[in-house]
Unconditional design. Structure first.
Lengths: 287, 226
């Protein structure tokens, strides 16, 4: 209770600096929030696209249906595979003429069906990464009656790179802003320490522990950090709504992410304050 | 209780503030630490309070040694060593009783024990009637009494006083000194830094440790190292 009261009085003593610190942390976490929003929406898009990631194994015309059925069963038993569907030459032609209506005349005039039979292999959700897709494609190709296996490797790679860039940018930018915010909190706490130097000296003289002296400053840092976190959350939400209304439909961040963002801001504030006050206390005392 | 063994303290200037000082203040003993301004009196007191670390030699206070003490032990040491400043160092926004209670609060004394202890201390220093007064409403002598009560709050074994009568007139000065004698009579050791020649002359029976340019030049007890 005493610590909370003193932390609040510390904030009241230098309101401008506190507001500046809150804004600095807010901007730091906001930049992380924006990239997190981007990364999350890429995730959402990825999981949608990933649902459609499949390996198509084109079969030789001379492959016997019996062997294909055995292979289909084997492929379905792979840990990465959700299902394997056999598409005969006739079905392939039918689907092609249905999907590519502009060529329906061409297809109907054909004397020989040029389309191969295939196995359409869908992957389990946890195995839709580029590596897994390639592994399955390689294994399938080892069947002698498989002509070739195809999958959208390039764009799977590209989406994953985009996701990595968004995540990396969030971390790098967020940390650089966080460093600036930590410096500002350090200044705010040092000012609070200086404003209370006489009181702290008396506390040290009569034998108060460092922990007792430090606690109000840690709470002050925590409150500043949480204030910044809330500001960042508000800014991210406003941005999310603006984009959603004017540009594209977006998914809002999962609760766990927003809670982690707030916790990060609070801990950042507390660590910055802790570091500053420890340095000041050691400066006042020699041991 | 307090032992100095060949203690030198240098702050990096041309000559050390304290040079090769040895003495022993026993339990329940009263001693004046005297010398001209800059002789090293305050440095000696700060060494006892372990606000300074000796450049060489060793300071022992109760069971603590300057060469081995850890930062986490300092609060306990400082509760055993009361410190009184010439300028009182009271917190201006707190009343006399709050200033004394502050020393108990910050050292974790149970809430229920604080009020009776503060009353007892105010009685001990003769300020029961001025409990609600703020420092600015108190005379110099009264402020120093509050500072003494605060220093006694955690029942220290040793009381260090740095020119405690330096800012007081003769009457207030005598009153504060008599207070120290009473505290000492109850078993607390007292080491009082002063350059008040009149005070020394009036109390010839008290042990005198004299410093000159950081060196111990006279000790009336005559046993520099125990």
């Amino acid at each position: 209770m005493r610590s909370l009261r003193e932390a609040l009085s510390g904030i009241r003593r230098a309101p401008a600096l506190t507001v500046l610190s809150v804004m600095a942390i807010g901007l730091s976490v906001f930049s992380i929030g924006l990239f997190a929003l981007t990364a999350h929406n890429i995730d959402v898009a990825l999981s949608d696209v990933e649902g459609r990631v499949e390996v198509v194994a084109y079969l030789r015309d001379d492959a016997s249906e019996e062997l294909i059925e055995i292979a289909r069963h084997e492929i379905e038993s792979y840990p990465e595979v959700e299902s394997a569907r056999y598409v005969s030459k006739v079905e392939a032609l039918y689907e092609a003429s249905r999907e590519l209506t502009e060529f329906s005349d061409v297809y109907s005039d054909l004397e020989v069906n040029p389309l191969p039979a295939s196995l359409e292999i869908a992957l389990r959700p946890d195995f839709r990464t580029p590596v897994d897709v390639e592994t399955v494609a390689d294994r399938v190709t080892s069947y002698h009656f498989v002509e070739e296996a195809r999958y959208g490797r390039e764009w799977v790679d590209r989406i994953y790179s985009l996701r990595r860039v968004a995540g990396g940018a969030a971390v790098i930018l967020g940390l650089s802003f966080a460093f600036g915010a930590a410096l500002l909190i350090g200044i705010a706490v040092r000012m609070s320490v200086l404003a209370r130097a006489r009181e702290i000296a008396v506390m040290q003289t009569v034998g108060a522990t460092d922990g007792y002296i430090r606690r109000p400053f840690l709470i002050e840092g925590l409150m500043t950090g949480l204030g910044g976190g809330l500001l960042a959350l508000a800014l991210t939400f406003v941005t999310y709504q603006a984009v959603e209304r004017t540009l594209v439909s977006l998914a809002w961040l999962p609760d766990l992410w927003t809670a982690a963002g707030l916790a990060f801001a609070g801990i950042l504030g507390m660590l910055a304050a802790g570091r500053a006050v420890r340095r000041e206390l050691r400066r006042l005392d020699v041991y | 209780m307090v032992q100095f063994r060949s203690v030198t303290k240098s702050f990096g200037g041309s000559s050390p503030a304290v040079l090769d000082v040895s003495f022993h203040l026993r339990k329940g003993e009263f001693a004046f630490l005297t010398g001209a301004s800059g002789a090293g009196k305050t440095t000696i007191l700060k060494l006892v309070h372990m606000l300074h670390r000796p450049s060489s030699g060793e300071v022992r206070v109760s069971r603590y040694s300057s060469s081995r003490i850890k930062r986490r032990d300092l609060p306990d040491l400082r509760r055993r060593v009361g410190y009184i400043f010439q300028d009182f160092r009271l917190l201006e926004n707190l009343t006399a009783e709050e200033n004394i209670a502050f020393a108990l609060q910050v050292t974790g004394t149970a809430k229920a024990k604080i009020a009776p202890r503060v009353r007892k201390l105010l009685n001990q220093v003769g300020l029961a009637a001025r409990a609600q007064a703020f420092p600015r409403e108190l005379s110099g002598g009264e402020q120093q009494r509050v500072a003494v009560a605060r220093a006694l709050a955690n029942e220290p074994l040793v009381l260090l006083a740095d020119e405690p009568t330096g800012n007081l007139d003769e009457r207030a000065s005598s009153g504060v000194f008599e207070l120290f004698r009473r505290i000492n009579a109850s078993g607390t050791s007292v080491l009082m830094a002063t350059h008040d020649a009149e005070l020394l002359r009036r109390h010839r029976n008290v042990r005198v440790i004299e410093l000159e340019e950081g060196r111990l030049v006279f000790d009336s007890a005559g046993d520099p190292v125990a």
